[in-house]
Design a protein around this ligand. Structure first.
Ligand code: ZN
Length: 717
């Protein structure tokens, strides 16, 4: 029972951190002045509690710190913890299970800005497993002399450790261990160079949690309430600060595809014969807009026997190795090469990190640490059979001068991802693939440039013929360079002969080549992630998870690796865009991301950011409430909770014009509009045009639905 008394006492202590009714923050967390003890763990005296982010990380820390004395393993309710005893020192190494605390409000309705931190198991049934960790930590932290936050060194890890110390320990007697990999060497170094708690990271992390919470709960409640007011139904809907602009990006792409009409376009292709081999040349002049123009050009050169080489160029390009991996680049490569989702790649990388095989993966950096012993890592990697000869070759080629290329991106907390040199045991096939990418990329950054020759030849028909310039291009690898180590960027080669200016080549055949314009590519998870990265929303740690949330909320669905927007996703974005427009805009999200970055560098305070977010939300919600009925009605129609008086004759959506919803109406207008261009280019009749559109795979879904419903007499003659 003592531990529960302890817990409730900790909770009472914590009230000082709670907000008042109006939600204004009473005071920021108080930062103790440096505890000015010696920052080497072996100089500490008494009971020291070391908090690790996960049990596996705790084990690595124990292995690293127990070289002086043997650790003892204990278990409490299945949770392992260790005690290392040395003369005047007792080290307790205790794991967390990621976040143990979350934000909670007992208030109903919206807007609400009153919240407090509570143990997660009290808030969320799915987190009941965190209870045994809380019980253990509350017990062990009692009467300790010092606390060390040894969670992952990023804003999440800083918050996880801080919350535990805040509840059960004492931030005034706490230190931080900072490391980028779980190798014994780096961990030992971190524990002899302890620092004060990283308050800026803690503040930035708390801010992110609070922002996401007030944003999510208020917008979600507003949406759900609008539906309930109109239809009387309770439905779970969610929106989020980063989630919603991301969903909008996917919706916009999908709408463009659904409304896509391919247009015919023309080029002229010619086949020549050189030394018995055939090569195909192409001419894509801006002047060829219609089929007639293309056919006239072909006719004018059809009887020519030769083409003349008017220019021939060879260009040698040096291709630098790519920079070492940050998480986004690793996720992109794993998606491109193996089709892994960003979330899968991140999870695998985290396991590799917890096993100390690679450095910390949630990094944005494309730079390796200057003081890293590259040589010793390479020597260790050479002990792995499949890399043995590659490493030997690399050391021979570079004569042992190891200077890595770097990319421009940086991360204040961590370097780029690199293999630690600890030899992996028993990797599963997918883990092996990710590890292999990281090792090969690491080798490539030290290697020489690759060299490629680009060849291009230009041809013209002889004498008074029209201005046609055919091109033929080729590409060959001259020097393999870093492709040897990281073959995944090796371009495909295309051989063409060397031509002389003025040379005549026999023309074998010439014809019109017709193609059709293409819709934007369907999005994949990795393209969504890359877009988030480029738009500077979310963080390395959160992006992949936010994308998964869009799927679990049924806003998106996945079909053979590609992303589809559901009716629900479309409806939510349409409504938010119309009535809550700043929420779907990436600018607002980016502004707050930037604020959090400023907090991390100590240039801005958390309260200022939260107060501004609160003001913004209050204004948005006032605007929303004024239109609550309209919103509720629209959402209820779209979610098929209510039937609109006038329905689209092709779908369940409400009528917008001429018996069609806004999407089918747009499709209808576009079909009529595009006919003019089709007629000009291809000279087709309305019936032929409709038939052609129906037959194309790339014709948009809504366009096809309208086409199916059209009688032939409907269109212009
Ligand atoms: Zn419709």
């Amino acid at each position: 029972m003592a531990r529960y008394r302890r817990l409730s006492k900790a909770l009472t202590n914590y009230i000082s951190f709670k907000e008042d009714e109006r939600g204004a923050i009473k005071k920021p967390i108080s930062r103790p002045s440096s505890i000015s003890v010696k920052k080497n763990i072996w100089d500490l005296i008494g009971k020291v509690v070391i908090i690790a982010e996960k049990p596996k990380a705790a084990r690595r820390i124990v292995e690293a710190l127990s070289y002086k004395t043997k650790p003892k393993l204990y278990r409490s309710n299945g949770v392992p913890y260790w005690i290392i005893r040395s003369s005047a020192l007792e080290l307790y190494v205790v794991p967390s299970a990621g976040h143990l605390f979350g934000l909670y409000t007992s208030k109903w309705g919206y807007p609400t800005f009153t919240y407090e931190w509570r143990p997660l198991y009290e808030i969320d049934k799915k987190s009941s497993y965190t209870r045994k960790f809380i019980n253990l930590l509350s017990k062990i932290c009692r009467e300790a002399n010092y606390y060390i936050n040894a969670c992952d060194y990023d804003i999440e890890g800083s918050v996880i450790g801080y919350m535990i110390i805040k509840y059960f320990g004492d931030p005034h007697r706490s230190l931080r261990a900072k490391f980028s990999s779980l190798t014994p060497y780096e961990l030992r170094k971190a524990f002899t160079q302890l620092t004060d708690l990283d308050w800026n990271m803690v503040e930035a992390g708390l801010c992110r949690h609070e922002l996401d919470w007030i944003w999510g709960i208020n917008v979600s409640r507003a949406l759900m309430d609008s539906i309930k007011t109109v239809s009387g139904k309770r439905l779970i809907l969610s929106a989020g600060r980063v989630q919603t602009p991301t969903l909008k990006y996917v919706v916009e792409n999908e709408v463009e595809r659904y409304l896509f009409i391919p247009l015919p376009q023309y080029s002229i292709s010619a086949t020549i014969i050189v030394d018995g081999e055939r090569y195909t040349l192409e001419y894509k002049g801006d002047s060829i807009e219609t089929r007639n123009e293309a056919e006239a050009l072909v006719k004018s050169i059809k009887d020519k026997k030769y083409l003349k080489v008017v220019d021939y160029k060879e260009e040698y390009w040096n291709i630098n190795p790519p920079p070492p991996f940050n998480l986004g680049d690793l996720q992109a490569e794993a998606a491109r090469i193996y089709g892994f989702s960003p979330y899968k790649t991140q999870s695998i990388a985290e396991q590799l990190y917890l096993n100390a095989y690679i450095s910390y993966p949630r990094t944005n950096s494309q730079k390796l640490p200057k003081d890293l012993n590259y040589r010793s890592i390479l020597n260790n990697i050479a002990k792995i059979y499949q890399y043995n000869s590659l490493v030997k070759q690399l050391l021979a080629e570079t004569k042992g001068v190891l200077k890595p290329v770097e990319g421009p991106k940086e991360d204040p907390a961590h370097p780029a991802i690199y293999p630690t040199g600890i030899i992996p045991k028993g990797l599963k096939s997918d883990e092996q693939k990710i590890y292999d990418l990281i090792v090969r990329r690491f080798l490539a950054v030290f290697a020489y440039k690759a060299k490629i020759v680009h060849k291009i030849a230009y041809f013209k028909p002889l004498s008074r013929s029209p201005e046609i310039l055919f091109t033929l291009s080729g590409k060959e690898i001259v020097e393999e360079g870093w492709y040897k180590y990281y073959p995944f960027h090796r371009p495909s080669e295309k051989y063409i002969p060397k031509f002389k200016i003025g040379q005549l080549v026999s023309l074998y055949r010439v014809s019109v080549r017709k193609s059709y314009t293409k819709p934007p590519d369907k999005l994949s998870k990795i393209r969504i992630l890359k877009w988030m990265e480029n738009s500077q929303i979310g963080t390395e740690a959160t992006r992949a998870r936010i994308i998964e949330i869009l799927f679990s909320r049924r806003y998106l669905a996945s079909k053979s690796g590609k992303v589809n927007v559901t009716d629900l996703g479309l409806a939510v974005i349409e409504v938010l865009d119309e009535y809550f427009n700043e929420l779907t805009s990436i600018e607002l999200t980016r502004k707050f991301e930037n604020y959090m970055e400023q907090i991390r560098f100590g240039r801005m305070s958390r309260d200022r950011v939260i107060v501004e977010a609160r003001n913004t939300l209050e204004k948005l919600i006032r605007e929303f409430n004024a239109k609550k009925k309209e919103v509720g009605l629209k959402l209820s129609w779209r979610l098929k909770l209510l039937t609109p008086n006038n329905k689209c004759r092709l779908c369940h959506r409400e009528e917008y014009m001429n018996g069609l919803c806004r999407y089918h109406y747009s499709a209808f207008t576009k079909i009529t509009e595009f006919y003019k261009e089709w007629k000009r280019r291809e000279g087709v009749s309305w019936e032929e045009y409709i038939k052609a559109l129906k037959s194309f795979r790339n014709t948009g879904k809504w366009i096809k639905e309208v086409l199916e419903s059209m009688s032939h007499s409907m269109g212009p003659k």
